[in-house]
Design a protein around this ligand. Structure first.
Ligand SMILES: [Zn+2]
Length: 236
């Protein structure tokens, strides 16, 4: 667990945006403000309008300011049978998008090589040739080739070691910038990870905690994930 810091290959590289996801009250309060977030005339007013689809009729669900719900609306040709709290949907789907972007970052090719050890063994081999030449075991012509080859290898290892150091890539930057985005930018970010979310009927009754298994998330790479409490953003 890393709270408050973004780590990459075990090294802290930046302050994390995740604390906002960890503290549910803060998160819900922030999401509630989205209803009032206006960012230009052509921008939708709700984060997930059109992204959420009703499981019964597959109509896009719309944000409804009067009760703070996304709903399948008969006004727009839907069946009218489903609705979900805006705060809950935003919290879980934003988390699903961020987590997806984060895991595609951490699955970038990450060679687990001990560059120091590799370099040390190359240098030891080089020293052997050098000592052998000095001791008269090899002629200059015999020693020169291998030493030159080893020098090139040492240089290459050093270069790869530098390349392997943690760098912030484009996805990481997007994550860190997410909270500074306006609504249109947040929608664009989510669309980069998620094509749509099929919303099923409510699964929890009475005062049971919200069950995110209502959300079947379709990612842009074609994979489909049903969210679950096991993936609770608060665990991040
Ligand atoms: Zn419907």
């Amino acid at each position: 667990m890393y709270y408050g810091k973004v780590t990459f290959k075990g090294e802290v590289i930046a302050d994390s945006i995740y604390p906002a996801l960890v503290d549910e009250d803060t998160w819900l309060a922030a999401q509630a403000n989205l209803a009032n977030d206006s960012a230009g005339t052509n921008t939708r007013r709700y984060l997930l309008s059109g992204i959420l689809k009703c499981r019964y009729c597959l109509s896009p669900m719309k944000g409804n300011p009067s009760n703070q719900m996304y709903r399948c609306s008969t006004t727009y040709g839907g069946c009218g049978r489903l609705s979900v709290r805006i705060a809950q949907a935003d919290r879980w789907i934003v988390w699903a998008a961020l987590d997806w972007a984060r895991s595609s970052r951490t699955t970038l090719p990450a060679p687990k090589r001990d560059y120091k050890a590799e370099e040390a063994s190359l240098r030891a081999e080089r020293a052997k040739w050098q000592e052998g030449y000095r001791a008269g075991l090899y002629t200059l012509a015999e020693a020169q080739g291998p030493i030159r080859e080893l020098d090139a290898k040492i240089k290459a290892v050093a270069k790869e070691a530098v390349k392997s150091k943690p760098r912030m890539n484009a996805v990481t930057k997007r994550l860190l910038d997410y909270q500074k985005m306006n609504l249109a930018q947040k929608r664009a970010f989510i669309s980069e990870q998620i094509t749509d979310v099929v919303v099923g009927p409510a699964l929890s009754r009475g005062n049971q905690p919200f069950n995110p298994a209502r959300f079947e998330v379709h990612y842009t790479d074609g994979s489909i994930v049903t969210l679950s409490r096991d993936l609770d953003p608060e665990d991040m």
